[in-house]
Design a protein around this ligand. Structure first.
Ligand code: MN
Length: 275
């Protein structure tokens, strides 16, 4: 099931993204294109409830007629550094034995098609990092690996936008990772994905820049949630970024960057200079 948060007219809500069948009936979504997709509006929000209790308002909108928003408003975004060996090496080192985690502020989150604002007053090097994001569905702490599936709501695409010069300069990464708009998420949450071996592709201005598979994660989703939840309570809607593969590189004003994950969808954002 694909769960989107969207705006239609003046209203904001959650909905299930479905494919319109040739006979006009809606079914499970299969394609990633806006054509032929509709959003069936949900009553309330989808977190903390089972599939049986998903209730629809009855309203359906063509996907092309709504604006997709970031699919969650997390209390925090927990991210993992150097979780693909080839990326750790391109950053000039070997991957650490244990996951290195950091936080991105909730205010960094933006949705599909919202611009990444380049903070030209403070940085001269802003990079894209395409990543698989995990959305937490239940309040949890100290989750043992065998119970991780119970706390995962679903998966979406993320761009862990990074001011690379500030990351090197500061040591601590709060500035480099924390600018407003530095955490695009979307286009929706896929609740049925198996994250063990999905292709991940990042494209900038039509050119493939990153292409890898989640089977190459050094610490997989199960290990990461157990590791992070041993430290901090995770709340419904919290997001875990699982790390980026090799191929990271700079963005500039006017660029368009897309992160596509097999079975989930494509997250696209432009880049605009801010002040
Ligand atoms: Mn990252």
């Amino acid at each position: 099931m694909r769960i989107a948060r969207f705006a239609h007219g003046g209203d904001v809500g959650y909905g299930i993204v479905e494919e319109v069948q040739p006979d006009g009936a809606a079914g499970a979504a299969a394609g990633a294109e806006a054509e032929g997709l509709v959003v069936a509006e949900l009553i309330g929000h989808p977190f903390g409830i089972g599939d049986e209790s998903v209730r629809l308002t009855g309203a359906r909108y063509p996907l092309a007629d709504v604006r997709l928003l970031a699919p969650v408003l997390p209390s925090k975004v927990v991210a993992v550094g150097k979780n693909y060996a080839d990326h750790a090496r391109e950053m000039g080192g070997e991957p650490p034995e244990d996951p290195v985690i950091f936080l991105k502020p909730s205010t960094a989150v933006v949705g599909p098609r919202e611009p990444i604002i380049y903070p030209a007053h403070l940085s001269e090097r802003v990079d894209f990092e395409g990543e698989l994001a995990v959305v937490i569905g239940r309040l949890c702490r100290q989750v043992p690996p065998e119970r991780v599936p119970e706390v995962v709501f679903g998966y979406t695409c993320a761009n862990d936008v990074t001011a690379r010069d500030l990351q090197a300069k500061d040591g601590q990464w709060a500035r480099a990772k924390g600018f407003d708009t530095f955490c695009p998420l979307g286009p929706w949450i896929e609740t049925d994905a198996d994250p063990s071996d999905l292709e991940l592709t990042t494209i900038v201005n039509g050119e493939i820049r990153q292409n890898s598979r989640t089977s190459l994660l050094l610490h997989d989703v199960t290990a990461l949630i157990a590791y992070v939840s041993a430290v901090m309570t995770l709340l419904p809607g919290d997001v875990l970024l699982t790390g980026t593969p090799a191929g990271v590189g700079p963005l500039k004003d006017g660029d368009e960057v897309s992160v596509t994950i097999e079975g989930i969808g494509t997250l696209t954002n432009g880049v605009a200079t801010g002040d």
